[in-house]
Design a protein around this ligand. Structure first.
Ligand code: ATP
Ligand code: MG
Length: 227
């Protein structure tokens, strides 16, 4: 065991998303990331009321319930429901501030797919995110890195090459890690349900059963594939 491991175990990883609904693309990426980073405290954190997209289709309590169903047999992948519980628009910067207050100097990591990371400079007070947490960007061979302007400069100046670097300071580094990204999206699943086709095997059966039981996603509000 390396000397860095005890610190890694004391860190917290946040895997954020709308999870509308959660699918095997998210779950596989989360599992690989948890194993790569060897962190005990790994949390999927569903966005409460995302300000950066038109709207979610299923409300917070349904998205949370679907995550609970998906993770029921996987206690090493935790769930953080603070944004769903909070009223009003949810900004990641507020969420990370709360966690930072709670954890003091412990390393905090926000995990994002490359698609989400490319548009990070559109997030509310995005530069503050680097004061509060490290960023781990999940890449895949075919995913394009498209940082521009100030974001490209910040990434260039703060890029970490190895996981161990993250445990030596509480925040501020950006690490790119290759993680399997299955060609599955919530948008496609919602569209399939609306079109009356069966999206089985793209998401856990228990989640699909819940969607059917509650009649979710029958009437699409948006069809755009947004991050
Ligand atoms: P939508 O189509 O509604 O945008 P989505 O499938 O992209 O949904 P999100 O909730 O937007 O899911 O994604 C949450 C996080 O998971 C993001 O960081 C995103 O990059 C990542 N992610 C989404 N789909 C996959 C996938 N198939 N494999 C790995 N990571 C994914
Ligand atoms: Mg998305």
């Amino acid at each position: 065991m390396s000397v860095d491991q005890p610190q890694a175990l004391a860190a917290t990883i946040i895997f954020g998303g709308t999870f509308d609904p959660v699918h095997y693309g998210h779950l596989r990426a989360a599992a690989e990331l948890r194993d790569l980073l060897e962190v005990a405290d790994f949390r999927l954190l569903p966005a409460g009321h995302p300000p950066h997209r038109n709207s979610t289709q299923a409300d917070g309590r349904h998205r949370l319930k679907m995550l609970r169903l998906a993770l029921a047999m996987h206690p090493d992948l935790g769930l953080d429901d603070r944004e769903i519980r909070r009223a009003g628009p949810s900004y990641m910067v507020d969420t990370l501030s709360e966690l930072r207050e709670q954890f003091g100097q412990r390393a905090l990591v926000l995990a994002l797919g490359q698609d989400a990371a490319n548009g990070l400079d559109r997030w509310h007070q995005w530069q503050r995110l680097f004061e509060l947490a490290h960023l781990v960007v999940m890449t895949r061979p075919e995913s394009e890195r498209r940082y521009t302007g100030r974001l490209a400069e910040i990434v260039a100046a703060n890029e970490a090459r190895q996981t161990d670097q993250l445990w030596r300071q509480p925040a501020g580094l950006i690490l790119h890690l290759p993680v399997t990204q299955l060609a599955i999206s919530s948008t496609d699943i919602r569209n399939q349900i609306q079109a009356g086709t069966d999206p089985r095997f793209l998401l856990p059966d228990a989640v699909l059963e819940y969607i059917r039981l509650r009649g979710l996603y029958k009437h699409a509000l948006t069809t755009r594939n947004s991050v």
